[in-house]
Design a protein around this ligand. Structure first.
Ligand SMILES: Cc1cc2nc3c(=O)[nH]c(=O)nc-3n(C[C@H](O)[C@H](O)[C@H](O)COP(=O)(O)OP(=O)(O)OC[C@H]3O[C@@H](n4cnc5c(N)ncnc54)[C@H](O)[C@@H]3O)c2cc1C
Length: 435
């Protein structure tokens, strides 16, 4: 065990030595990478039965905190994001109706994931060089196929129970627990059983098309641009992201579309789209490769009828579409049992994707967690992470509902979007968000 690089605070805070992290997606890996580099011993428990999580091949807008995280903790030293220079708005005929200069950085989920695994447990991949351990690092332990079911406190320790990859019950003892287990978090359900995750009345259809398969018209609409289309019940945004193995060279990138479209609760169309190839009604996601032909035809027809031609082309050319139901969930606080158990990322608050802030939230929470564990300032950790979660979750609901369920002038949607682009450090936190 390395000695954590922390100072015991004057009020007697004793930094933990061994931290269990539930969830091995981006939030869990941000936690593992940062804490390891500060000398803490960590164990990640991930329920997925395979060593590597399934790549959904989709884009992530890399905001300030995501970039700040990689800047501070990435030892692989490869670029993580591509840039666009402009925001462009199309009408249904595909003509540009508004544009503004605005730099934006976009990455892909898989590139972030493999960079974090390379940094945490030295996982080899085609994405980046593996960064070896350095003196002072804490011990690492990545366990997949481990589904956490319960935990209990015993004095200064927390005992975490899980089913291992063979379905056998096991437990692990730690002195600090991080719930990074996503918007349907088990840790949150145990601590706050009344918090619900609710369907918002619309879905997002997502997919990617290799840049070289796109028409010239589509390339000029989407390369170096962040391109939007608004219509009643529809928002489509399409942009360029890194390609296979994180390739960023021209011709090797992907065009990524994110198409919000309304499917009312209980409607036949929602049932069609959310029933997979095996006839199973999925609750919230249809992963890549599992959509039925019938659902895909229905979606493509909707695209042909309602989207600008460049965006409809992306839908037609996508080979692995996937669907996510848009949901809302937020936890009243993220710290429990005298600050020994915390929730971060989507487990704290599942934002609507319009906020382009989910990955940034996970990165920010971890940057704040490091401060907490180094200084013992528990109040600041809770205040800053929960106030941010409250504000952005609320704004996501507000702009999402305006976009999908109201018919407003384009300028209102542009203003909403620009509000979401205010850097975190410049945000005003109204009294109702404050701790
Ligand atoms: C496989 C996957 C692919 C994704 N792809 C994209 C994408 O392409 N684009 C995008 O914008 N966002 C994507 N996301 C969402 C994005 O990663 C998150 O919104 C954001 O990064 C914050 O993530 P999180 O780690 O807090 O939660 P999540 O990403 O939801 O991760 C939670 C993790 O916890 C694990 N878990 C849940 N319950 C338990 C349990 N009881 N025991 C052990 N482990 C548990 C889950 O398997 C999951 O790996 C993806 C998420 C996942 C899991």
């Amino acid at each position: 065990m390395a000695t954590p690089q922390v100072n015991a605070s004057s009020d007697g805070f004793r930094p933990p030595q061994h931290i269990v992290i539930v969830g091995g997606s981006l939030g869990g890996l941000f936690t593992g990478v940062a804490l390891k580099q500060h000398g803490f011993d960590t164990t990640i428990l991930e329920r997925n039965p395979n060593n590597l999580l399934e790549n959904q091949g989709a884009g992530i807008v890399a905001g300030g905190d995501t970039l700040a995280f990689f800047d501070r903790y990435d030892r692989c030293k490869r670029p993580v994001a591509v840039e666009s220079q402009k925001r462009v708005y199309l009408d249904q005929s595909g003509q540009v109706v508004h544009e503004e200069e605005m730099k934006q950085t976009m990455t892909s989920w898989d590139l972030c994931y493999y960079m974090l695994r390379a940094n945490y447990d030295h996982q080899e991949s085609g994405y980046c060089q593996v960064a070896g351990p350095q003196p002072g690092d804490g011990k690492i332990d990545y366990r997949y196929g481990c589904t956490v079911t319960d935990f209990k406190r015993e004095g200064e320790h927390v005992i975490v129970s899980y089913n291992n990859i063979n379905g056998e019950k096991e437990s692990i003892t730690c002195d600090f627990l991080v719930g990074a287990d996503g918007p349907s978090s088990t840790i949150r359900k145990i601590l706050c059983p009344n918090v619900e995750r609710k369907y918002a009345g619309y879905c997002v259809i997502r997919g990617t098309v290799p840049e070289q398969e796109a028409s010239e018209q589509a390339k000029s609409a989407f390369i170096q641009r962040f391109t939007f289309f608004h219509a009643p019940g529809i928002l489509n945004l399409t942009y360029t992201i890194p390609g296979i193995n994180g390739a960023m060279e021209e011709g090797k990138r992907l065009l990524n579309f994110v198409w919000y479209t309304n499917f009312p609760e209980g409607s036949e169309e929602l049932e069609t789209v959310m029933t997979d190839m095996e006839g199973k009604r999925r609750r919230l996601t249809i992963p890549p490769g599992t959509m039925t032909d019938e659902a895909w035809e229905m979606v493509k027809t909707r695209g042909r009828d309602r989207l600008p031609p460049q965006m409809s082309e992306m839908v037609e050319k996508t080979k692995q579409p996937f669907v996510q139901c848009i949901t809302d969930v937020i936890t009243p606080t993220n710290s429990f049992m005298d600050g020994k158990i915390v929730l971060i990322g989507d487990a704290l608050a599942g934002f609507r994707p319009h906020t382009v802030a989910s990955t940034g939230q996970a990165a920010f929470d971890v940057l704040m967690l490091v401060e907490y564990l180094k200084s013992g300032d528990h109040h600041q950790f809770v205040k800053r992470t929960v106030e941010f979660a409250r504000l952005i979750q609320h704004r996501g609901v507000y702009i999402g509902n305006r976009g999908q369920f109201e018919s407003l002038p384009l300028k209102d949607y542009i203003e909403d979007r620009n509000m979401m682009s205010i850097p975190r450090q410049d945000l005003d936190f109204p009294p109702w968000t404050q701790i």
